[in-house]
Design a binder for this molecule. Sequence first.
Ligand SMILES: [Cu+2]
Length: 437
Amino acid sequence: MKASGLATHLLAGQRLAHPQTRPDYALTIGPCSWELSPRRTIKTTAYNGQVPGPLLGLREGQPVTIDVTNQTQDHEVVHWHGLFLPSQVDGAMEEGTPPIPPGRTARYTFTPRPAGFRWYHTHVSAGTNFSKGQYTGQHGFLWVEPRENPGRYDQEIFLTLHDWRGQMLASDDGSMNPSYDLSTVNGRVLGFGDPLRVRAGRRVLLHLLNSSATEVHWISLSGHSFYVVALDGNAIPQPASVSMLRLAPAERISAIVVMNNPGVWVLGEVRKHIQAAGMGVVVEYAGQSGKPSWEQPDRLIWDYLRFAAASIEAPASAPESAIDIPLVFESKFAGHGAMDHWTINGRSFPNTETVALKPGNRYRLIFKNRSKEDHPVHLHRHLFELMRSGIRKDTVLVEAGTELPVEFTADNPGATLFHCHQQNHMDAGFMMLFRYA
Ligand SMILES: [Cu+2]
């Protein structure tokens, strides 16, 4: 899939909000029967009847118009994840983006920036309903083409990881966590989707997204390593070769794979039971056939700081001037079988404090995870830098019991949502707003 020629995804004959001008893209949110495997067809909600939704190719700095028609029975909204947008079109009702009522079309017009691998998805709460929100097929790739293309590669492939048919199960300690029947790459279980067809000697740029509502995933490609070049769509200071990738919900990793080991291989979840649930795709070299090979790694390895700038004592910005904002994450244990409540500095949304930012100031968010779970936290409309590493991201996994500082510059006035990207956590209060003074 190349970013060019994407206008073919336009739907003809739709009733649009502003019929006098055609949009660059049209998306329809609607019910969809989707074949995850030959034996498992599910009813979900998706964009344009496909999972993932169409890849939308945009150009940095060039305005785009996207019409979104809601053919579901509920209010919907589309969040353009990782872009610097005004609150009115960012796609979070908490920031003031209007919801799209059932049967109506909304027009999103914005100027995409920054360049890189972004994505779009629903931003409604699901509560305990596994047929709503991010549990559904409502996710798609956004590719914002840079003015210059720094990477050298021959082929570009977009892949998304997702989990399906969830249910809440009580853990030993009584807390409730989702469990899933099926897991997929680009909406198909391992062996059912088309293989990724490659040629020896080629450099393939993989863009991986974790669109799971709640699950962290670990990915390896047997017989190969990943040369990581970008995290969340942003070039990293120190590209490096790694044997596996860890993606928390909403995270993206772009990595070049040099196809130097002809054969038929599995790219898949490292943990056997999740690969057995379907999370994988076959990588097939031209002229090769047979059963796909899988080499089981013996442990899980990932460290963001592997990609940090060589000298972490010389930050790009001046952290001395940053203003500290400590954010403590805790759960209020609701009791056996009941939903937990999540708090930031002791309060659950909508009662969390609203922090006022001053334009131009540098802030240091100090994430203090005092809970027993890892949290992929996401800041809307801005990028933050993992402390003094030069790594810029919009979502970061804060592991249980750890502290992680990130910094950002308040350079995009408007209401700004901060939340855990795990659907069942954000729905249970793990969310707060920043406003500009
Ligand atoms: Cu969380």
